[in-house]
Design a protein around this ligand. Structure first.
Ligand SMILES: *[C@@H]1O[C@H](CO)[C@@H](O)[C@H](O)[C@H]1NC(C)=O
Length: 396
């Protein structure tokens, strides 16, 4: 504590020190170029969703946020930021793209720049939930504008080390990127221009071909700070109103993401004429109580080894609908039927209740997902990564 004395209020030096910081702050505010970073606010009001500022602090303290580390990290690290990354869509839409982008950065041998889970890019802590929004069952009327990504995932995408022996550089936060790659040092890449240049053909190329063409192109660039701009091809998904979406999707869409894995037992094989196709697709998307009861009965028969007795229903359906469903399932002899609405979660857990549901679903002995759901797709992915047998990962 020897320095304390020098900070005594009586000393003229300390008065100067007190005056200078506000001036500096104003200066920075006015003259720095626009940055990518928007704050995660602090919030202790439990009538509002949690914002996890402590997790942002932890992200800040990642050991790779250090200029003195040797290449491929440190001051010469070659970074890849996807400035075009989607925001304002549900968690699993954002996760899909985030994982794909991590993979591209990995193949390109670059540091992936991760961002918060983002509903809004404005400088405010919360945004209203639209009437048809995802969080129908949410106790809150607003959602966080941004949540640190580590509230949901803890993985190489969010800066954890790659497996031992893998020389890939660890991911860094967008806040770090903003600091070490200021605007003047960024190389902005326009995807439309590059797609033409590297011969991406969306009609002919498989997804993996496109990813590899991009990775090869980015590997060929020496520039330290690459920022990808404009729309890259994305897997676009949909929001919470399933009925309307199912009707719309049934006319053209196939299953979402990982739900299409060719070794899963329930493939999407629609008839070719358009009317029957639409009906087939609608039947596999929009599900009423009778259908659920029948399908779960059948599932119990199809998985005799699993000794299925208990059901967890991940849902944002209305309470009356769920009570009816429970009643019908109990009549069929299921021992327990629990829904998302029955979970008792702490304030911090409630803020990531969708991830809690996903973890429960990922651990189910048998999982039955909706093929059109990116939520289901992530669960399928987690189950496959964990080595669970594909035969127990079912699609409606
Ligand atoms: C907490 O937030 C709610 C909803 O915005 C508000 O009505 C209430 O006054 C806040 N409580 C405190 C103590 O700030």
């Amino acid at each position: 504590m020897p320095n304390r004395t020098r900070w005594s209020l009586n000393s003229p030096k300390s008065l100067l020190m007190f005056l200078i910081p506000p001036l500096i702050l104003v200066f920075i505010w006015r003259f720095l170029p626009r940055t990518d970073v928007f704050p995660i606010y602090s919030n202790e009001n439990t009538s509002l969703p949690p914002l996890y500022p402590d997790l942002q602090d932890e992200e800040r303290r990642l050991p790779q946020h250090n200029l003195d580390l040797p290449y491929p990290e440190g001051r010469s690290a070659k970074m890849l930021r996807f400035g075009n990354q989607i925001w304002g869509l549900g968690l699993n839409n954002q996760l899909q793209e985030t994982l794909l982008n991590t993979y591209i950065a990995y193949l390109a041998q670059r540091t992936y720049v991760f961002t918060p889970f983002t509903w809004d890019l404005n400088n405010r802590p919360f945004v209203p939930i639209a009437p048809d929004g995802h969080l129908v069952g949410s106790p809150y009327k607003v959602r966080p504008a941004r949540v640190p990504l580590t509230a949901y995932i803890n993985s190489p995408t969010t800066g954890s080390p790659w497996p031992p022996g893998d020389p890939a550089p660890r991911s860094v936060s967008v806040e770090w990127w903003d600091r070490v790659c200021p605007e003047s040092e960024r190389l902005h890449i326009n995807t439309a221009v590059v797609n033409a240049q590297i011969g991406v053909d969306f009609d002919k190329d498989e997804g993996i071909d496109i990813v590899e063409k991009w990775a090869k192109y980015i590997r060929s660039i020496e520039h330290r700070c690459i920022n990808i701009l404009f729309a890259t091809p994305r897997i676009i998904d949909f929001g919470g109103d399933y009925k309307r979406h199912c009707e719309w999707l049934s006319t053209f869409a196939s299953f979402e993401g990982w739900n299409r894995l060719p070794f899963l037992p329930d493939q999407f094989n629609p008839p070719s004429d358009s009317a029957s196709r639409a009906q087939y697709a609608l039947n596999r998307c929009w599900i009423e109580i009778d259908d659920v009861v029948k399908r779960l009965d059948k599932l119990r028969e199809e998985h005799p080894d699993a000794d299925l007795n208990n059901i967890f229903v991940s849902t944002n359906g209305p309470t009356e609908w769920l009570e009816e469903l429970k009643k019908r399932l109990w009549e069929k002899g299921w021992q327990s039927v629990v829904t998302s609405r029955d979970l008792e979660l702490s304030w911090r857990e409630q803020g990531v209740d969708n991830a809690v549901d996903m973890e429960l679903a990922a651990r189910g002995e048998v999982f039955l997902g909706n093929g059109y759901s990116s939520f289901s797709s992530t669960i399928v992915r987690i189950r496959m990564v964990r080595g669970l047998p594909p035969k127990n990962t079912r699609i409606w």
